[in-house]
Design a protein around this ligand. Structure first.
Ligand code: IMP
Ligand code: MG
Length: 183
């Protein structure tokens, strides 16, 4: 008896271990540092899920950079609502800047497509996407991801910043969400 609600989902099998995440983030940091050598990009992180990834990623950057945050919402519990809402916008103009959008997980691609379209209208010098995870979805959302950490199965995951109803962001690994009643 766990003491939890019987229908309360909890982290199940680990899909990306802490050690694997470390390797992935180090590799991405190296790639980005090489590609942006001599430039001064602004990394835009999407709150809240993207903060853990961003915090680790910038410690692998050897180039000068700024960080900015946007707060968007498209998920309700474990389902994408399909509607992206901007809850908090960037605090600085990005016109002419090299912008790197740092996203935790690309699922349907709805969030990314919306943000990319919106940021393009502000005339950045360049705009690329770095995503830690991409789900293997049958329908390709067609968003180019310049820097990709890892592909994962099309299942809801938690950990390393990703939540289920605000829980489990602290886990050092990425795990599938398991429902206790299904065991
Ligand atoms: P998309 O718009 O369907 O691509 O969903 C992207 C956003 O939904 C991500 O930025 C996450 O915040 C959230 N999201 C998508 N899949 C998951 C998941 O498996 N766990 C937690 N959050 C997720
Ligand atoms: Mg997100």
């Amino acid at each position: 008896m766990s003491g939890k609600r019987p229908d309360h989902p909890s982290p199940g099998s680990i899909l990306v271990s802490a050690a694997e995440i470390e390797d992935i983030v180090a590799r991405l940091g190296q790639e980005i540092s090489g590609d942006y050598a001599g430039r001064h990009p602004v990394l835009v992180s999407l709150l809240k899920g993207g903060v853990v990834f961003l915090a680790d990623l910038i410690r692998h950057l050897t180039i000068p950079h700024h960080i900015e945050f946007m707060r968007v919402s498209s998920y309700e519990s474990t389902q994408s609502s399909g509607v992206v809402r901007i809850l908090s916008d960037l605090q600085t103009p990005i016109e002419g800047r090299d912008v790197l959008l740092v996203e935790d997980v690309v699922d349907t691609g709805t969030t990314l497509a919306y943000i990319v379209d919106m940021l393009r209208l502000r005339n950045p010098g360049s705009l690329e996407v770095c995503a830690l995870l991409r789900k293997r979805v049958p329908r390709d959302p067609g968003i180019p991801i310049r820097y990709l950490g890892s592909e994962i199965p099309n299942t809801f995951v938690v950990g390393y910043g990703l939540d289920h109803e605000e829980n489990y962001r602290n886990l050092p690994f990425i795990a599938a969400l398991a429902t206790e009643t299904s065991r």
